[in-house]
Design a protein around this ligand. Structure first.
Ligand code: ADP
Length: 514
């Protein structure tokens, strides 16, 4: 992605973004997305590096001058996908455990000869991690780290510094871009920094409000817990703002991919946050929201305030503010924020999966939807789960799907399902508002995923979202609620890689940029 000034380019994939940094728009100049090597394992860290190299060389195929213009690279990875590496050589010492790896169900897996290790790991979490922390999850990176240590204690140097250190997927790929090919000599400083970012570290327990690992993390990893004598050394050495410069690519990578030797690597992010950046831009207004209408429904919104409800899976990511406003500095020294921004959200079990389950083909969806009048309400009040159990906007493991009475007419049935999902989306935003989101209602909702294609549904959703009372408007109108509108539209860009590239580009606005 390249940032441009002046008139907009004609490319359909270009995206407007707010121009606090003086740039007018970003444009995709080269793209390489498809990965078709089926022999590679998705949890093989070497395969990630190989894939990155291959995709980079494909992006530039026959257009060497494009790679020569690259100035910064940003890597996004799936959240809570992590591995252990040797801090000196970056060699993988424990293979990756991916985002969906569940420590508790791993106990039956062949990679763990002693199921009790998982129990011991989760017991440590139970005893030391305060209630409500996302790090308590059995799929979180802390649980994965503790399980590794229970299976075989982390290897340490004589002074107790861990030789094995936790790296997230994107930390690892970034580190490889920076270090690969550099000779590691005997006598080198064994405490080489592993850099991570606010987004990837959230599920590890990182306190995004104070921007530090919390004291309880020392308890769970330390002598009274997992038994590490220098617990902090098992964690990434520095945690920076996504998008802030962390180093430059190694000479080997530069020459292999045709990128300039000074190319900057910036702090990474998670794939779902990168998808938010892709849809909303790197510097959106407060109240900008992204709804993902894929198999399940997920909502995210940029808020002035931090909100949290672990019970319902609601948490806040610290949002990097650009234009020199709140990017963390190089070397892990964070600047004081002038403006705080939080990317808040939640995910429901409701979603488009029900449409497939009920036999609606994409063709039928398009045809029947066109016949629905979005201004009319369906009398049927559904809660279109595919199976029992909801997590957000209500946490209720016993919640049953409601898909009856079922009308004979397919169009009416579809109308009721689309309306039911729209109600869940509205309730989701309403809950975020009740938890303290500011603004308490979304101003713009950008949609992505299969359901975003459906314009009739978009109108239904827009009407539903207008039902939420807007505190800001109420205040402005002296207590009277004025009619207001929520703009709902399809996101132009949805690829996580595009969002990551935007972060790399946006970081140029940072004053201290080299
Ligand atoms: P996933 O989460 O699996 O990646 P996608 O974002 O690819 O999902 O979206 C696929 C879903 O979109 C399917 O469940 C499909 O029923 C739904 N879908 C496709 N076309 C439409 C449409 N016109 N209206 C509503 N839903 C649609």
């Amino acid at each position: 992605v390249e940032r441009r000034r002046g008139g907009r380019g004609g490319s359909s994939s270009s995206s407007s973004s707010s121009s606090s940094s003086g740039w007018d728009y970003e444009e995709v100049v080269a793209e390489s997305l498809r990965w078709d090597d089926t022999t590679m394992r998705y949890d093989d860290a070497e395969a990630w590096n190989c894939a990155v190299r291959t995709l980079l060389s494909r992006a530039a195929s026959g257009r060497a001058e494009i790679m020569g213009r690259v100035r910064a690279v940003c890597v996004s990875g799936t959240s809570a996908s992590c591995l252990l590496v040797d801090r000196r050589t970056l060699d993988v010492t424990r293979g990756a455990r991916m985002y969906n790896y569940d420590v508790m169900s791993s106990s039956a897996g062949e990679d763990d000869p002693s199921p009790s290790a998982a129990w011991r790991a989760m017991d440590l979490i139970d005893r030391h991690v305060p209630p409500g922390q996302t790090a308590r999850a059995a799929t979180g990176s802390l649980a994965k780290l503790l399980l590794w240590n229970e299976q075989r204690p982390l290897d340490s140097y004589e002074d107790g510094t861990c030789r094995e250190v936790l790296c997230h997927q994107s930390d690892y790929v970034s580190a490889s871009l920076m270090r690969e090919g550099l000779p590691i000599r005997e006598g080198d400083d064994p405490t080489v920094a592993i850099t991570s970012d606010w987004h990837n570290c959230l599920k590890l327990g990182y306190d995004v409000r104070v921007r530090a690992f919390p004291p309880w993390l020392r308890d769970v990893l330390g002598v009274g817990g997992a038994g590490l004598s220098r617990p902090a050394s098992a964690l990434p050495t520095r945690v920076v703002s996504p998008g802030s410069p962390i180093g430059t690519i190694s000479p080997a990578v530069a020459s292999a991919c045709g990128m300039p030797t000074g190319t900057i690597v910036v702090g990474g992010t998670t794939d779902s946050n990168a998808a938010f950046f892709a849809a909303a831009g790197a510097d959106p207004e407060y109240g900008t929201a992204v709804t993902s209408l894929g198999s399940t429904l997920a909502i995210k919104m940029l808020s002035r305030t931090f909100v949290e409800d672990a019970n319902r899976g609601v948490y806040s990511h610290r949002f990097p503010r650009f234009g020199g406003r709140s990017l963390g500095g190089v070397g892990g020294h964070e600047e004081e924020d002038e403006v705080e921004a939080w990317l808040i959200g939640g995910a429901s079990n409701v979603g488009c999966a029900i449409l497939r389950l009920e036999g609606f083909t994409d063709e039928e969806l398009a045809r029947l939807s066109a016949e629905i009048d979005p201004a009319s309400d369906s009398p049927l009040l559904y809660y279109p789960l595919t199976k029992r159990g909801e997590r957000f906007p209500v946490a209720d493991g016993a919640k049953e799907p409601v898909l009856s009475p079922k009308p004979a007419c397919r169009k009416e049935y579809l109308h009721a399902i689309l309306q039911g999902i729209s109600d869940v989306e509205r309730d989701g935003f309403r809950v975020l508002g009740e938890l303290g989101a500011s603004p308490n209602v979304p101003r713009v909702v950008l949609s992505c995923g299969g359901g975003a294609r459906n314009d009739v549904w978009t109108s239904i959703r827009e009407r539903r979202l207008m039902e939420i009372r807007d505190d800001d408007e109420k205040e402005k109108e002296g207590g009277r609620q004025r009619g207001r509108s929520v703009e709902v539209r399809r996101a132009t860009n949805t690829e996580a890689s595009y969002g990551a590239a935007l972060l790399a580009a946006a970081s140029f606005a940072h004053e201290g940029y080299p």
